[in-house]
Design a protein around this ligand. Structure first.
Ligand code: PAF
Length: 279
């Protein structure tokens, strides 16, 4: 695997792939890779000849400095994982390269960034949109892969790519879960043993709501209550459980196939999010 450090190197590498008739998939990450990420690399290989992963812990998307400082860094083991999954290129710029001292641009996607994660993390999605716009414009991949776990992030990036006429296909990869259903996240390692056990209630609640939906229940108040009851029996503080339209992210009162249950909780001081698309 070759490591690229500047947007010029990334751009030239992708150009060279194109000259050889190869299509390119990009998988943006912030490192601290786990199986949730490696599944993205595998899916990327199904969609393109060459896979470019990116690792950049983006200061712009952390509205809380402690969260940024606590973000796990494990570059050496990340590289091993990338190589095990046959990723051809890693783009890993430093902060200075990504945002020079004169950097003054922000990409803001209006509306859908004000709700859910956006209301508790002001500025977060502008940070995400700005860095992803930079990665996509330097790399110009044919396809970019993001995980469903960050459903709102996917919706924001999709809106941005459409609004900015970026000719890039976006693929949402299914959430990879631990043995007990907890969505994989680099934050899970921060949970105490007991909190880690309790965290399984989130996906159990989502599954219970899906079962109710399958029996014909469409009233979102009832479905939300089911999720909250599952989570509420633990020490978990619920930030929100909502059922939203998958594109506008507006809350709905009657669920339909494709509506999304979104959850954010704080457990042991760790913010965990999850979601389920009703089928
Ligand atoms: O999902 C992430 O890891 C990050 O938000 C992303 C998309 C790499 C942007 O920094």
């Amino acid at each position: 695997m070759r490591i690229l450090r500047t947007p010029q190197e990334l751009s030239q590498t992708v150009d060279a792939c194109r000259v050889h008739g190869q299509s390119v998939a990009m998988v943006p990450t912030m490192g601290a890779l786990h199986q949730g990420h490696t599944s993205l690399f595998d899916i990327a290989h199904e969609h393109a000849d060459v896979v470019v992963a990116t690792i950049f812990v983006n200061p712009l998307q952390f509205n809380n400095a402690t969260d940024f400082d606590k973000y796990p860094l494990q570059f050496d083991s990340d590289i091993q994982m990338l190589e095990q999954h046959n990723v051809e290129f890693l783009y890993a710029p430093n902060v200075e390269t990504m945002y020079g001292s004169q950097f003054s641009t922000s990409v803001h996607v209006a509306g859908i960034t004000d709700v859910l994660e956006g209301s508790s993390r002001p500025g977060h999605f502008s940070g995400v949109a700005t860095v992803v716009a930079k990665l996509l414009s330097a790399g110009r991949p044919d396809v970019a892969i993001f995980g469903q776990k960050d459903f709102q992030q996917f919706a924001v990036i999709k809106r941005m790519v459409a609004d900015l006429d970026m000719p890039i296909e976006l693929i949402m990869a299914p959430t990879v879960r631990e043995f007990d259903g907890l969505a994989m996240s680099s934050r899970n390692v921060r949970l105490s043993e007991s909190a880690r056990t309790e965290a399984a209630a989130i996906s159990q609640g989502l599954d219970a709501a899906q079962e109710q939906f399958a029996t014909g229940i469409r009233d979102t108040t009832q479905l939300i209550q089911t999720v909250e009851t599952a989570i509420g029996s633990t020490d978990t503080e619920i930030d929100y459980v909502k059922i939203v339209d998958s594109v506008s992210l507006k809350e709905i009162s009657v669920a339909i196939h494709g509506s999304v249950i979104v959850v954010a909780v704080i457990l042991d001081g760790v913010r965990l999010i999850d979601n389920h698309i009703l089928v």
